[in-house]
Design a protein around this ligand. Structure first.
Ligand code: BES
Ligand code: ZN
Ligand code: ZN
Length: 458
């Protein structure tokens, strides 16, 4: 819970190298506090407790880390702002607290009973800002929680049910295409990926349509509820955590949740493709040639490059049936992302340079950093097939694996489009404010981008 005002007699103050209020300066002197990054000390005065956390001369993400650290010491805290920009402090501290407070204990008998409370000693006029930041961060938590569902529970059917509940709660309209409907419409790509699974395949299309619409946007999401690789089966080490391969779809649902709750003036379509990619006698085979919804044929070289196939139908559907001003997609698409960016960034690929540059710029602010990759024509050479319009991998060696995946997707979109490959940030381990589990990044990035985009891309 987050509110304006005092919630407990435990106060938290972040010590930078600047000036501090007199009473605080006194305490800092007494304990000889050094304003070094994340240096922490406690000062008691009567029944009041002060937690001091150093932030050095840093701004930005360190505030999220520091508030998480404070909450790990004491679950009910009252934040006293320092002399840095107040709105910036509110944004970072609220985000850090909301993200840190999500625990993945729903399947444990013994729950962590800790309830976190954050009070902020700030003017009431910032209530609106707190509310907005909270809704966006909670929408990321919603995506994280969904993404974390184990593969035996978080099935395509489960996610369809979840999408229906979300639609009900937020007053969204919903269209669901099941296995039969997908086949009838000629959506062979997602149907092929699904062929080996005993569970269903679905494209779920949610729409939020406010009275005042300034922008029409579609957000696609890859929702592979388990990626075993298909007939080109993954080795055990690489199959672990592949229930998180539905993160892109969860992010898309998180985004529509945030946009609807914030009542943004945007007609938003969230379209997710849901299926497993598993092995079995009915599984789709290498050398198969299949046809996507936009009519293009695809030669299958590798059944583990399945996310792009699901997105081929989803993106074709968006371009043919929705025709938005901007299309975004989120996908844990390529392992190659970790080779290029490690675990610290989202890959941004676009047919409109302005969009990937905007993602980079907004990423700095939201802490969900995105980095633009080239989309040069030359990469298309790598996708040429002898027998079909395009093949589903660029090379056996994995050369430029993330870029060729993006170039593949480009064959199925019309209009301004940004692809965000979130594979490298799929999961957190020993992270200062994400508990071990999925990160589902992108909700904060995209909602903040949309705020800019209502005035055009610049
Ligand atoms: N879901 C994986 C990508 C992935 C790997 C995400 C590791 C997060 C962590 C995707 O479907 C996949 O298997 N991609 C292959 C593509 C290859 C066969 C061209 C990959 O990245 O190895
Ligand atoms: Zn795969
Ligand atoms: Zn996958």
């Amino acid at each position: 819970m987050i509110k304006v005002g005092k919630v407990s007699d435990t106060f938290v103050y972040f010590v930078n190298k600047g000036k501090h209020p007199k009473n605080i300066e006194k305490m800092l002197k007494k304990i000889k506090f050094k304003a070094e990054e994340l240096n922490t000390d406690v000062f008691r005065q009567g029944n009041k407790k002060y937690i001091f956390i150093g932030i050095g001369d840093k701004k930005g993400d360190i505030l999220r880390r520091a508030i998480a650290k404070a909450l790990s010491i004491e679950s009910k805290i009252t934040y006293i702002p320092n002399d840095l920009d107040i709105e910036e402090q509110i944004r970072l501290v609220v985000e850090g607290a909301v993200l840190y407070s999500l625990k993945f204990d729903e399947f444990k008998a013994k729950k962590d009973k800790k309830r976190y409370k954050l009070g902020l000693m700030i003017d009431k006029k910032f209530k609106g800002l707190i509310n907005k930041v909270r809704i966006i961060a909670e929408s990321q938590n919603y995506a994280r929680k969904l993404a974390n569902l184990p593969p035996n529970i978080g099935t395509p059917e489960y996610l369809v049910k979840e999408a229906k509940e979300l639609a009900n709660k937020l007053g969204l309209s919903i269209k669901i295409f099941d296995k039969k409907a997908l086949k009838r419409r000629g959506m062979d790509a997602i149907s092929s990926v699904n062929a080996g699974s005993d569970k269903g395949a679905y494209i779920v299309h949610l729409t939020y349509k406010p009275k005042k619409v300034r922008l029409k946007v579609a957000v696609a999401g890859k929702g592979i509820t388990f990626d075993a690789g298909g007939l080109d089966v993954k080795p055990a080490k690489y199959m672990f955590n592949m229930h998180l391969d539905k993160s892109g779809a969860c992010v898309a649902l998180g985004i529509i949740r945030a946009v609807a709750l914030l009542k943004m003036p945007i007609e938003l379509h969230a379209v997710v493709g849901l299926t497993e990619n598993v092995i079995g006698s009915k599984a789709y085979k290498p050398n198969s040639i299949i046809k996507a919804y936009n009519g293009k044929t695809i030669e299958i070289l590798h059944t583990d490059a399945e996310g792009r196939l699901v997105l081929a139908d989803v993106l074709s559907y968006i371009s043919k049936d929705i025709k938005p001003d901007y299309t975004f997609d989120f996908a844990t698409l390529t392992g190659a992302m970790s080779i290029s960016l490690g675990k610290y960034g989202i890959g941004a690929f676009s047919n409109e340079q302005c969009l990937s540059e905007l993602a980079k710029k907004i990423g700095e602010k939201t802490g969900e950093k995105a980095w633009p990759f080239p989309m040069w024509d030359e990469y298309n050479e790598m996708l040429k097939s002898e027998f079909a319009d395009v093949k589903n991998i660029g090379s056996w060696s994995g050369d430029a694996g993330s870029i060729t995946a993006a170039k593949f997707l480009e064959h199925f979109v019309k209009g301004k489009w940004l692809h965000l490959d979130i594979a490298s940030m799929m999961v957190a381990e020993n992270h200062p404010y994400f508990r071990t589990g999925p990160i589902a990044p992108g909700v904060r990035l995209l909602v903040n981008m949309l705020e800019v985009l209502v005035n055009g891309c610049r």
